[in-house]
Design a protein around this ligand. Structure first.
Ligand code: PEP
Ligand code: MN
Length: 340
């Protein structure tokens, strides 16, 4: 349930109203925008009588929210959320490109990739240290050593880093990571969602391989419910009957998320198609449809990559795609980050 307040409400009267709700055992999500202030009520709101609430003179209107996702619902927070990480803004027209290899493989590799993607205009370095692989016999990532190498690349280039967590037991290792990625395969790992909710780290939450939009937003709701509101969504393709591409990029997820939620949405065209020749057209589609950023796998030698080589751009290809992204983002009125 949301309670929309009249403009410029008197603080004391708002406090009185809020006390009324907390006395009923409800949680309140307070959202103050430029034009409206909204109290989002969470908990058992069946006992809330709308007429009693309208009797408070600070109240403009009361609306029941039928969707199961509340805190991430745009009705609770009508303005776009902007997440600030390492001097970059994400969301509401601020556009970020996160680039780097699927897996961190060596110091030379990650430093070369970091330097190149930074020069081309990426605002974050991505790279996997803990890898969720279908086969236990495939390369599992360099784990803690991979994190150390990412931090070294960050130190040398100044690029903030995005990397995937696979277990809540590793949270301490991620202390200096700028954005923690929660991968598609863990989108409904509820213990991990709860732990990330208790942390204050920005989270990039990837959509599960066959997750509905409601399940996706409910996963984000878990993180919010723990108190962490620094969540960005990432659409990375969903599984369909098609076999010529790895997944189908769900472009409609962009306007759908914008309609249902206030969270930023990043598009991953690399895992979506699983083919490097589709990264540029899908990036264009994502920008045109309103995405807040892109996550692009980039490798200094894709043919020898230990993971996801077929979908990785090489460094000159990334540079070319990035120049195209810059032009198209500017055309669509997005503010490419970092601001120089
Ligand atoms: C990745 O980003 O390398 C990755 C494993 O992605 P996803 O969880 O979307 O498959
Ligand atoms: Mn990958």
């Amino acid at each position: 349930m949301i309670v929309v307040l009249k403009q410029h409400p008197e603080k004391e009267r708002v406090d009185r109203l809020m006390r009324h709700f907390t006395d009923m055992g409800l949680q309140i999500n307070y959202s103050e925008g430029e034009n409206t202030t909204i109290l989002g009520l969470m908990g058992d709101t069946t006992r809330v009588n709308e007429r009693d609430i309208l009797a408070y003179d600070v109240v403009e209107r009361v609306q029941r929210v039928t969707e199961p996702f509340k805190a991430v619902n745009r009705k609770f927070h009508p303005e776009d959320t902007v997440i600030e990480v390492a001097g970059r803004k994400i969301g509401a027209g601020y556009f970020n490109v996160m680039a780097g290899p699927c897996s961190v493989e060596s110091e030379e590799q990650i430093i070369e990739v970091a330097e190149t993607v930074k020069k081309a205009g990426a605002s974050f370095l991505r790279g996997g240290a803990f890898k969720p692989r279908t086969s236990p016999y495939s390369f599992q990532g360099l784990e803690a050593e991979g994190l150390r190498l990412l931090l070294e690349a960050k130190r040398q280039t100044g690029l903030p880093i995005v990397t995937e967590i696979m277990s809540e037991k590793h949270l301490d290792l991620f202390a200096d990571v700028d954005i923690i990625q929660l991968g598609a395969r863990n989108m409904q790992n509820f213990m991990l969602l709860k732990e990330l909710g208790r942390s204050n780290k920005p989270i990039l939450l990837k959509r599960g391989l066959s997750a509905t939009m409601e399940e996706f937003l409910m996963a984000a709701e878990y993180i919010f419910a723990g108190g962490n509101t620094n969540v960005m969504l990432c659409e990375r393709g969903i599984r369909t009957f098609e076999t010529m591409i790895r997944n189908n990029l769900d472009i409609s997820a962009i306007p759908l998320v914008k309609q249902c939620s206030h969270l930023p949405i990043i598009i991953d065209p690399s895992h979506a198609a699983g083919r490097r020749d589709m990264v540029q057209p899908l990036s264009r589609a994502a920008i045109a449809a309103g995405a807040d950023g892109l996550l692009i796998e980039t490798h200094n030698n894709p043919r020898c990559a230990l993971c996801d080589g077929a979908q990785s751009l090489d460094l000159p290809q990334f540079d070319a795609v990035m120049q195209d992204i810059k032009r198209r983002a500017a055309f669509e009125g997005r503010a490419l980050q970092p601001e120089v």
